[in-house]
Ligand binder design. Structure first.
Ligand code: ADP
Ligand code: TRP
Length: 318
């Protein structure tokens, strides 16, 4: 079974990224075949400054390693280091209907948020399809927001197979863990770098505190009973708890806990959970990761080459 994840180096990694994308991959390290792509070509759709791009790429490598990605057990690499991604994207784009891309919710959202409506942004899902299909991935763990992109990957692969021969491309499954499908941000909307509502994993403690104390709540008094399922503080806190512990916490909310106290407890839970990763991140921050990334790219490329050869042959390029 091959699990494939991807993340753009386009800002600071946050709790939503961790639970939606990073953790489901890392949890299966060693048990299944794991691939983690740092999608730096995708990030060029929104990051247009070279130094910032370099910084984000490097930071994401450090973040993923601190979160527990072990390059001995899985493959971690930069998308841009394996040119097969761009080549497969072109071939796939020649069979992808414009109408399919026009239905992409993420494209419309991003344009609405002010990201340039470039050709790259429009064809983003085709590059993502190439990322997934190059590695014959069985399953792709993502948050709810990426479900449509994986479904488009399936559509594109099916269309390709239909035209050029069954079983050339493997049709991947999308994997969404219900409990973490949409991690809420501090304003109650989906947590996202582009909404400025994140709790970053590796920011200074003062920043984390500030983010948590900024979580939007209603104006109930301290002793008023609160409905945990509609409280963002609870929704975030339960990510760190086992089911039983979460149900005890939910009872506390129903009995009436002050929001100030609830936030204090959330901060403690965050620090307990991420403390060791944050420590690891601090220690490794100056370590050069070039060798690890070169190794990762080599392994990825040897897999990607095989698929691309199959595809080139199928379409008549060799
Ligand atoms: P962002 O919206 O912050 O830019 P990305 O697009 O970089 O996040 O997402 C990287 C991965 O993290 C994707 O698999 C995405 O589904 C997941 N993810 C991002 N935000 C959330 C969230 N709030 N809840 C669950 N998963 C998320
Ligand atoms: N589009 C994904 C996101 O914004 C990142 C990504 C790029 C990805 N390539 C991928 C995710 C392949 C899963 C598989 O979050």
């Amino acid at each position: 079974m091959r699990i494939l994840s991807g993340m753009q180096p386009s800002g600071e990694a946050h709790i939503g990224n961790y639970f939606g994308s990073i953790k489901p991959n890392i949890d299966l390290l060693g048990e299944e075949e794991n691939i983690f792509i740092i999608a730096d070509l995708h990030a060029l759709t929104s990051v247009h400054d070279a130094d910032t791009s370099r910084l984000y790429r490097q930071n994401l490598v450090h973040d993923l390693l601190a979160c527990g990605f072990d390059p001995e057990k899985g493959i971690l690499f930069f998308q841009s280091a394996v040119h097969e991604h761009a080549e497969l994207q072109w071939i796939l784009s020649c069979i992808t209907p414009v109408g399919l891309l026009e239905r992409a919710v993420s494209y419309k959202d991003k344009v609405q948020k002010g990201i340039d409506a470039s050709v790259g942004l429009f064809t983003y899902p085709v590059l993502q399809a190439a990322d997934i299909l190059l590695y014959d991935a069985d399953t792709v763990p993502v948050g709810q927001d990426q479900k449509q992109h994986v479904e488009m990957t399936r559509d594109i692969a099916q269309k390709f197979n239909h035209r050029y021969g069954e079983n050339i491309l493997k049709i991947p499954d999308v994997q969404i863990h219900k409990e973490v499908a949409i991690v809420p941000g501090t304003d109650g909307q989906k947590m996202s770098k582009s909404y400025g509502n994140t709790i970053p994993l590796f920011a200074d403690e003062t920043m984390i505190k500030k983010a948590i104390s900024g979580i939007v709540t209603d104006s109930k008094d301290a002793n008023d009973p609160k409905e945990p399922e509609s409280c963002t503080i609870y929704q975030l806190h339960k990510l760190f708890l086992l089911e039983k512990e979460a149900s005890v916490l939910a009872d506390d909310y129903r009995e009436g806990v002050s929001y100030g106290d609830a936030k204090k407890r959330l901060l403690e839970a965050f620090m307990d959970y991420f403390g060791p990763m944050r420590e690891k991140r601090r220690k490794q921050k100056d370590v050069d990761m070039k060798i690890i990334m070169a190794e990762g790219a080599k392994k990825a490329q040897s897999l990607a080459k095989g698929t691309l050869e199959r595809v080139r042959h199928a379409v008549g390029l060799c």
